[in-house]
Design a protein around this ligand. Structure first.
Ligand SMILES: [Zn+2]
Length: 451
């Protein structure tokens, strides 16, 4: 059994529910698990390790969890700009989905998982298409993923994924396919027939399968639900058996107080996506109220078509500052709370908190090393003036991540992916994006990045 020692880091263990910092400690990893955290002595002395990773001058944190994203279509990154949600969907996003092929999706998954890995994200909840391509890519790159396809079956949206196929895939892969698993996923209740919503609810209950969807993202969407179902969106989910502890709802910007109570008592988790909600002018979700009501809230980047980047460090800072603007209170969403959203709460929402998300003995070795010796992270103090957590939440960015370990394997080293070639991935996505835009009738012209 190979022993890895991460030596001399500033470790944010996240145990006992907080972001506990252990200065200058070491972490032993054997196979996929953490076997020791603390002094590098005795059985765990550095000299007994097969591989030593020098973490001096670095912070070591649990892998970040991107609780809501879309791996593509990458082709519309930076093209679909400056529109509110509904015309943005109709002009760019839905036409891209109409022409998307499994090969396009494969390329998108490659770039998306590479981008996330390089930003210290070790697991995500990814609503996209052709999910078997996502399973292949996650295992190739060495990142974890939970795939919830964009399902829809109302006639105007029937180019999205087929709900029956989703049920088949969730049945096959819900308990895992290597690093990946498949959930039930649907774009929105207004994209599906009531028969499908009921079928999903029954299947999820029978097989204890997880569910993911968008909810109450904009006022328009809430209004559309009220027009179609003659009741509020959370009531619709509840009525169809889609609200429960294995459900994760993205956004929830416009929940009423009563709906917040319903989500809380159902044990349903919420993914907060602050940058996406701000950029599309959807609103600021009442996260402080949700947390106060006992809801487990994690953080998501949403896709690059919404947000251009998948960087949870940006999301942590944005979540905190927006909530302070919303509440006029500089003490809401403190660094520790936001950090927990991006780690522990995300793992809890994915049903993985029993063995991941904490740097402690017996837990899965999913960890991220961040180099701290940089002008924008200076000075870093220890002891009573410890400011590492504030640096991580308010000053670090994805580009500061040096090394990522998933399931005990180093999959990003010195900012380079270990198992795939980064240049090849970018070349593939450039080519596929030009092809997809051509098919959509949006001539991309010469791809300047190709030279
Ligand atoms: Zn989304």
């Amino acid at each position: 059994m190979e022993k890895v020692c991460i030596n001399g880091g500033n470790i944010l263990t996240c145990d006992r529910g907080g972001a506990v910092v252990r200065l200058d400690a070491s972490i032993f990893v054997e196979d996929d698990k953490i076997t020791h955290v603390g002094e590098p002595t005795g059985e765990y002395r550095t000299s007994r390790a097969d591989i030593i990773i020098d973490a001096k001058g670095s912070a070591v944190i649990p892998g970040l969890i991107n609780l809501h994203t879309h791996s593509g279509p990458m082709a519309v990154r930076g093209l679909a700009e400056d529109l509110p949600l509904t015309p943005w969907l109709e002009t760019y996003v839905n036409p891209a989905h109409k022409y998307l092929t499994a090969d396009d999706a494969h390329a998108d998954y490659m770039l998306s998982y590479l981008e996330m890995l390089k930003a210290g994200i070790t697991n995500s909840l990814d609503m996209y298409r052709f999910v078997e391509e996502g399973i292949k890519v996650a295992n190739e790159i060495g990142i974890r993923t939970n795939l919830a396809p964009y399902c829809a079956d109302l006639p105007q949206y029937d180019y999205f994924e087929d709900p029956d196929e989703n049920i088949r895939l969730a049945d096959k892969y819900s308990s895992g396919a290597g690093n990946a698993s498949v959930w039930l996923g649907f774009e929105h209740t207004t994209y599906c027939t009531e028969e499908t919503l009921a079928k999903f609810g029954e299947f999820a209950k029978k097989k204890a399968v997880h569910i993911h969807t968008h909810e109450s993202e904009t006022k328009d969407f809430v209004e559309n639900v009220r027009i179609r179902f003659k009741k509020g969106p959370i009531d619709v989910l509840k009525e169809h058996g889609l609200l429960g502890p294995r459900t994760v709802l993205a956004h929830c910007v416009w929940l009423t107080d009563q709906e917040i109570r319903m989500v809380s008592s159902a044990g349903t988790s919420i993914s907060h996506n602050p940058t996406s909600n701000a950029k599309l002018a959807s609103g600021i979700a009442p996260v402080a109220r949700m947390i106060q009501a006992g809801i487990n809230v994690g953080l998501g980047s949403d896709g690059v078509k919404e947000n251009n980047r998948m960087d949870l460090f940006q999301e942590m800072k944005t979540a905190s500052v927006l909530q302070r603007l919303l509440t006029n209170d500089a003490s809401v969403l403190r660094a520790e709370e936001v950090f927990r959203m991006a780690t522990l709460n995300g793992n809890r929402a994915l049903g993985m908190a029993a063995n991941t998300g904490i740097i402690a003995e017996g837990f899965k070795a999913d960890m991220v090393l961040i180099g701290l010796k940089k002008p924008h992270l200076t000075p870093i103090f220890g002891g009573n003036r410890d400011n590492i957590l504030a640096a991580i939440v308010y000053a670090v960015e994805g580009e500061d991540v040096d090394t990522v370990m998933v399931d005990g394997k180093v999959v990003l080293k010195d900012r380079k992916p270990v198992q795939v070639n980064e240049e090849e991935v970018m070349d593939l996505v450039r080519k596929k994006s030009v092809d997809l835009l051509d098919r959509m009738g949006l001539k991309a012209g010469h791809d300047r990045a190709l030279g």
